[in-house]
Design a protein around this ligand. Structure first.
Ligand code: KIV
Ligand code: ZN
Length: 527
């Protein structure tokens, strides 16, 4: 039996993940995700970038208050104001970390920072000294490390450790590295940085070439002991290393990878679903570990093999990621007990009052469709959550006239900022009529970038899940809606996207006013 070493799992879904174009999370969404990350025993939660907006500050503060297991981390540029905001937001955390960073590649120093190497080194010292006022758990990152001149990278790391950084995070910021090269970079850092033994090496890989997980694994086999990742791999551009892939690689190939993580893999399915429903980013069906098809065996040969012995075509059991293996379907005769058992199979532990409310919705759904599948129950829970949220706009009623002769006509009753309004518009087909109505009654300059419909399950009575992407003045948002009626699901998705757009507009205004009140050097990302 190999002696296994622990790899720390640092989740940045709430920070880098939220930087994905179109993702937006409210404070309460973030707290909900953080509480699940905490339950699944993620070592460190990067809860946000407190100086960036009031919402980020609040989220980090609230997550600090609730996190019992995970260390809570706040991101800060090499600026006193950033670091002070992070220190303040993390004030209530049982265990807190400040993660501060500055670019070290020639390209970034010359064009983005307009700073010399000496100025950057100086800034590293000052920022870490400032962070030390709040915590001794300081992480430092040389942004664009994988394109940084090696000697300067070694020097910067040495200075950061000497100044008090306990974790040195090596980001492949633009997802440029390939596994052997990235592993070698970690090896070289271990050999050439004189004080490296005083810190933990972390890696933060982006997925622009689809190599984020491979690069992260290559790094740990060469000495890194922390991996930064996100649920479903969301993140800036092509995203970050996917947490579920990283931890399942460690677990499944422990014969070759002598490492372990503390993460409870049985919570993966639940949190993957939660992040997808909150951000509005659907998980692609063939996505490793959490895709809908990850455990589906389509070909007859495979199905035959699976019936004889599941090891023939399955390297991971559905159970190990918390995917219920029973195909138990519910229907209109299913009782409250069966429904409650199903919720618990899916990983949900709700209070009796909430179960009663969901059970009522389940009964309504079961009246409309014969068989209720697990995916339907997920949609039901999301819908209830969206309904319960304080939304700016709510759909009260929708009726439609459509057919082959006349133009389609939609009538919508809405609550807009608490005021009831009705609108009727025509369009080229029912969806166009619905969206024309919404655009008229909620004036906006948003362009519809994506309109996508998926059947959640099989059958002609399946619920439709609609995904809408809107873009307005460089702000992108995703909205999701589900219903047995595709038109209702479409209206819900557009409204969900509009609610997020309003929230994001406020956030942009927030961060602009914060940026304006800070020092003139702020845009240079330095002290
Ligand atoms: O990708 C990156 O370089 C980052 C840093 C802030 C660590 O996200
Ligand atoms: Zn990043």
């Amino acid at each position: 039996m190999m002696n296994k070493e622990k790899v720390l799992i640092f989740d940045t879904t709430l920070r880098d993940g939220e930087q994905s174009a179109g993702a937006s999370m409210s404070v309460e969404d973030k707290v909900e995700i953080a509480s699940k990350l905490n339950d699944m025993k993620v070592d460190i939660i990067e809860a946000g970038f407190p100086f960036a907006s009031k919402g980020d500050f609040q989220a980090v503060k609230k997550i600090s208050e609730i996190s019992k297991y995970s260390v809570v981390c706040g991101l800060a540029r090499a600026q006193y104001k950033d670091i002070d905001a992070a220190g303040e937001a993390l004030g209530y955390a049982k265990r807190r970390r400040i993660h501060t960073f500055i670019s070290t590649s020639n390209l970034h120093m010359k064009y983005k920072l307009k700073m010399s190497k000496k100025e950057v080194l100086d800034s590293i010292k000052k920022s870490i000294a400032r962070a030390a006022r709040y915590t001794d758990d300081i992480e430092w990152s040389p942004e664009d490390a994988s394109r940084t001149d090696l000697n300067f990278l070694y020097k910067s790391i040495e200075v950061a450790i000497k100044s008090g950084a306990k974790t040195i995070n090596i980001p492949d910021t633009v997802g440029y590295a390939i596994p052997e090269e990235f592993g070698n970079l970690i090896k070289k850092i271990k050999v050439n940085v004189s004080n490296i033994d005083k810190s933990v090496i972390s890696v933060h890989c982006h997925n622009d070439l689809g190599l984020a997980v491979s690069n992260s694994l290559s790094a740990i086999t060469n000495g890194a002991r922390q991996i930064e990742c996100t649920i479903n791999g969301i993140g800036e551009r092509a995203g970050n290393a996917a947490l579920e892939e990283v931890v399942m690689c460690l677990k499944t190939r422990s014969d070759l990878l002598p490492f372990f993580s503390e993460v409870d893999t049985k919570k993966i399915t639940l949190i993957s679903h939660l992040v997808s429903s909150i951000t509005g980013f659907p998980v692609q069906p063939n996505k490793a570990i959490v895709g809908k098809n990850a455990f589906a065996h389509e070909s007859g040969i495979h199905q035959d093999g699976m019936l004889k012995n599941s090891n023939t075509y399955e390297i991971i059991t559905p159970d190990s990621i918390g995917l219920s293996s029973s195909e138990l379907v519910l229907g209109k005769h299913s009782g409250r007990h069966a429904f409650k058992v199903k919720l618990s199979d899916l990983g949900y532990e709700f209070e009796e009052k909430k179960i009663n409310m969901l059970f009522k919705k389940f009964k309504d759904l079961a009246d409309k469709k014969k068989q209720v599948f697990e995916e339907d129950i997920y949609a039901l829970i999301d819908d209830e959550k969206n309904f319960k949220k304080k939304n700016y706009i709510e759909l009260l009623d929708l009726s439609l006239k459509c057919g082959t002769i006349k133009k389609s006509e939609a009538t919508l009753k809405l609550s807009i900022f608490g005021e009831k309004k009705t609108i009727k518009k025509t369009g080229n087909g029912p969806i166009d009529a619905i969206f024309n109505s919404l655009k008229t009654i909620i004036p906006n300059k948003a362009n519809l970038m994506i309109y996508q419909v998926n059947a959640i399950t099989k059958g002609t009575d399946a619920q439709a899940e609609v995904n809408v992407r809107l873009e307005e003045n460089s702000i992108t948002v995703q909205g999701l809606g589900s219903d047995v009626d595709t038109m209702v699901a479409s209206a819900k998705a557009y409204i969900n996207a509009m609610n997020k757009l309003i929230m994001k507009r406020k956030k942009v205004l927030d961060s602009k006013s914060l940026l304006q009140t800070s020092s003139s050097k702020l845009d240079k990302h330095v002290i």
